[in-house]
Design a protein around this ligand. Structure first.
Ligand code: FNR
Length: 367
């Protein structure tokens, strides 16, 4: 369909589903176990109500903000979450996403399991565009150190290292496993049987070699040593306790952890783990000082500009989209327009004006 006939992120998902292979669908749009966290992620945003104010001159609004301690201006709080294997969906892969969103001045986080090298992805990105690189620490630490050195050498493009912590072991993604099984059976049929191909889905295969033994005490000092001074963002924080520990680490080790990402991996890791909205509310209740010590970024289930604005009102600084980033430019166009409309309707002219006074969270706090 023509791009301008896609009016919202559900339209984009439907168009993508019609175009990509079954295997790609099973990998991209599925989640773990019963997909409960995946659907809760969006439901939690929906349960928050907005509180618009009147008599505010909203002829102009700005969505510009800064990240990583004010050092990087961006024109939108929206960013691309790191998602593996963009080439499964389109031959232009992660570089295509970079080109598509270039006019939005947005941050793009590149997955450890991207389908292109970190060098290729930034090669023809527009000059002002900024990236971050996401790390899954490998059992063979030397491999991770070599990758970090390559990214650090491109410090002019890569502005942070994102350490993902919410997937110490592979999860059960049954759509993905079934698609893997079907592919293997098809291969067996074609070759007369007996091929030793893996029975697993894409997720399981990508996981091979990932370390499960990470700790605050061992992993962070090691990463600091190899991050070449780049700020560290830790991704997959799901409780106020861990947010507190991250904030304490940031205070006692200045210049290291600059941001935490509240995320349940788009519902793809531990099913029934909490949506970012719930974790934001926990942090607000038990340790609000976290917001002063580290930037709090969130992802998971963002479908509307109102979702983005609600997260910002709860204290998030940046909001990521994972699956929807496959809609590239159109996704950003839609969400950006929706964010601006939402801010105008609310009576908020600037991102810095957004706060809890614009939302009613009673329905989410009850559950
Ligand atoms: C992911 N995600 C992810 N996260 C990460 O840290 N490293 C990775 O390699 C991947 N890979 C990945 C692949 C695919 C296909 C998806 C959909 C997701 C998780 C991602 O960064 C993000 O947390 C979620 O996608 C956010 O949820 P939504 O926006 O997809 O609902």
């Amino acid at each position: 369909p023509p791009l301008d006939s896609l009016l919202n992120l559900d339209d984009i998902e439907a168009a993508a589903t019609a175009q990509i292979s079954k295997k790609c669908w099973a990998y991209y749009f599925s989640a773990s176990d019963d997909l409960l966290s995946k659907s809760l992620n969006n439901a939690a945003f929906r349960a928050i109500l907005l509180r618009p104010r009147v008599f505010v001159d909203v002829t102009r609004v700005s969505t510009a903000t800064t990240l990583l301690g004010g050092s990087h201006p961006v024109s939108t709080p929206l960013y691309v979450s790191p998602a593996a294997m963009a080439r499964l969906a389109h031959p232009d892969g992660e570089a295509g996403i970079a080109r598509g969103i270039s006019r939005f001045g947005a941050l793009q986080l590149v997955s450890h399991n991207a389908s292109m090298s970190p060098e290729q992805i930034v090669a023809d990105a527009s000059p002002g565009q900024i990236f971050g690189w996401q790390l899954y620490v490998q059992n063979d630490r030397a491999k991770s150190e070599a990758m970090l050195a390559r990214v650090v050498a491109m410090k002019n493009r890569y502005k942070c290292i994102v350490l993902t912590l919410d997937a110490p072991v592979p999860s059960k993604r049954e759509h993905d496993e079934r698609a893997g099984m079907e592919a293997r059976l098809a291969l067996e049929r074609a070759s007369g049987g007996g091929r030793p191909d893996s029975n697993s889905g894409v997720g399981q295969q990508l996981f091979f070699g990932t370390a499960a033994d990470l700790t605050w005490q061992d992993t962070l000092p090691w990463l600091e040593k190899h991050a070449g001074g780049l700020p560290i963002v830790i991704k997959g924080i799901q409780t106020h306790e861990d947010a507190f520990l991250a904030a304490r680490w940031a205070r006692t080790h200045p210049g290291t952890i600059k941001a935490i990402i509240l995320s349940n991996h788009g519902g793809r890791s531990l099913d029934t783990s909490p949506p970012a909205v719930h974790t934001l509310l926990e942090i607000r209740k038990y340790c609000p000082e976290v917001f002063g010590a580290v930037e709090v970024w969130v992802d998971g289930g963002v479908k509307r500009g109102t979702d983005v604005v609600k997260a910002l009102c709860l204290g998030a600084r940046m909001v990521g989209v994972g699956r929807a980033a496959l809609g590239v430019e159109r996704t950003f166009e839609i969400l950006q327009a929706e964010i601006e409309t939402c801010m105008k309707m609310l009576g908020a002219r600037d991102i810095s004006e957004l706060g809890p006074r614009f939302i009613n969270t009673r329905a989410v706090e009850r559950d």
